[in-house]
Design a protein around this ligand. Structure first.
Ligand SMILES: Cc1ncc(COP(=O)(O)O)c(C=O)c1O
Length: 398
């Protein structure tokens, strides 16, 4: 069971408002913030390099903690400043070109979709966007067909939970199909790490990326990747950096065997240490405990919202997550979100331009997204549902 009172006690931001934006940036615990502030003070006194040396052991535990959380080995973890940078580093390293194929779901995030469209337009990569089935998830029969007919090297750019709905894609089934056809599966787990119980071996994926600031409740400017041992073998580094490479002679260099070869030297050490604390807090709470609390919270909110006249829950049937999306009459998502903020309720509006293959394809211009975490309680749920009822009844008038 989640000890919600204890989570609120150690999360200053949960007091005095109803914060429902973990899918944007989850509230950091007090110890995550204190760790970062302490490190900045150490840098102030000792200088950046000396301060980092002092915390070398704690920096190493960021990798082991991420590995423990995801069921990976520490050398399979790399740290970045965002999920997008991590995804770009992995796709760059794959060096896809003319005749290769990327298969993507309708749930793809804007930045990755644009990256794939760029590969298609400028590098001759064949891009296959798979339709959804009746549950809203990737249609596995269509995926099977796309894999069977794909040319060149084939990469599945999978998504666990999108930005635009509470959908949970069937990742184990997707990667198993990919495996059957020799495809590589790279998973965008930005909305699911720290939210759902994830084990990279059970999912049998080749790589995974996530951000630190959402359900992991780490600081902004952090991201991480899991890259399966051996996946990068023989690819040659795309952008060797002093962090993971050694320049051995005038025209030669060697690269680290592990995922760290994708990293760059510079980073915010304070933020990385904060991420380490957040990872350890997620591990001690337990992934299954967190998942069941958040998924049940999602069910509670969807039921409450669906009962309000004028509200439409826009999550597809396969939405077994704590991320909830809806519309109110035909009021723009941004306006609903602003009206909620007046009542100290934090949500966010997601426009179709963040998810053209999903919201755009469904003809929905924008949705309101609410995303609870373990610091949210029943009072928060009631405040949200009451305010949405007011907005629906007043037609969005102030
Ligand atoms: C599904 C998904 N993938 C990727 C990202 C990008 O994460 P980042 O901002 O850390 O690059 C987001 C951000 O909202 C997202 O929702």
């Amino acid at each position: 069971m989640v000890d919600v009172a204890a989570e609120r006690e150690r999360t200053a931001g949960s007091v005095g408002r109803h914060y429902f934006n973990a899918a944007g940036a989850g509230l950091m615990s007090d110890s995550v913030v204190e760790t970062m502030v302490d490190h900045l003070r150490l840098e102030q006194r000792l200088g950046g390099y000396e301060a980092a040396n002092h915390r070398a052991d704690d920096l190493a535990t960021v990798y082991s903690a991420a590995a423990t959380l995801l069921g990976a080995a520490a050398h399979e973890i790399a740290c970045f400043d965002s999920a997008t940078t991590a995804l770009r580093a992995i796709f760059d390293a794959l060096r896809l070109g003319e005749g290769d194929t990327v298969i993507a779901p309708r749930s793809s995030y804007v930045s990755q979709a644009l990256r794939l469209l760029t590969l298609k337009r400028y590098s001759g990569v064949h891009l296959e966007v798979i339709p959804t089935d009746a549950t809203g998830a990737m249609d596995l029969q269509a995926l099977d067909y796309a894999l069977a007919t794909a040319s060149g090297r084939v990469v599945i750019s999978a998504v666990h939970i999108p930005t635009s709905s509470g959908l949970v894609e069937p990742i184990a089934e997707i990667s198993a199909l990919g495996r059957r056809f020799g495809a590589i599966t790279v998973l965008d787990a930005t909305q699911s790490v720290g939210h759902l119980d994830i084990d990279v071996r059970a999912l049998d994926i080749d790589a995974l990326v996530s951000t630190g600031r959402k359900y992991l409740r780490g600081p902004r400017g952090t991201g991480l990747a899991y890259v399966r041992t051996g996946m990068l073998d023989g690819l040659g580094g795309w952008a060797p950096d002093v962090r993971g490479s050694v320049w051995t002679s005038a025209e030669e260099w060697t690269m680290e065997a592990g995922a760290r070869q994708l990293e760059t030297w510079e980073s915010s050490v304070a933020a990385r240490l904060g991420l380490g604390v957040a990872l350890n807090e997620a591990i001690s709470r337990g992934q299954t405990v967190t998942e069941s609390y958040l998924v049940n919270f999602g069910v509670r909110l969807r039921e409450g919202l669906a009962a309000i006249d004028g509200v439409e829950v826009t999550d597809p049937p396969a939405s077994l997550s704590g991320l909830v999306t809806f519309t109110v009459n035909d009021i723009a998502g941004k306006q609903v979100s602003a009206l909620l903020r007046e009542a100290r309720i934090d949500s966010i509006a997601v426009p179709a331009s963040h998810a053209q293959w999903d919201l755009g394809a469904r003809g929905i211009p924008s949705i309101v997204r609410v995303s609870p975490h373990v610091y949210n309680n029943e009072d928060d749920a009631v405040a949200l549902l009451d305010r949405v009822t007011d907005i629906a009844q007043s037609g969005g008038a102030r």
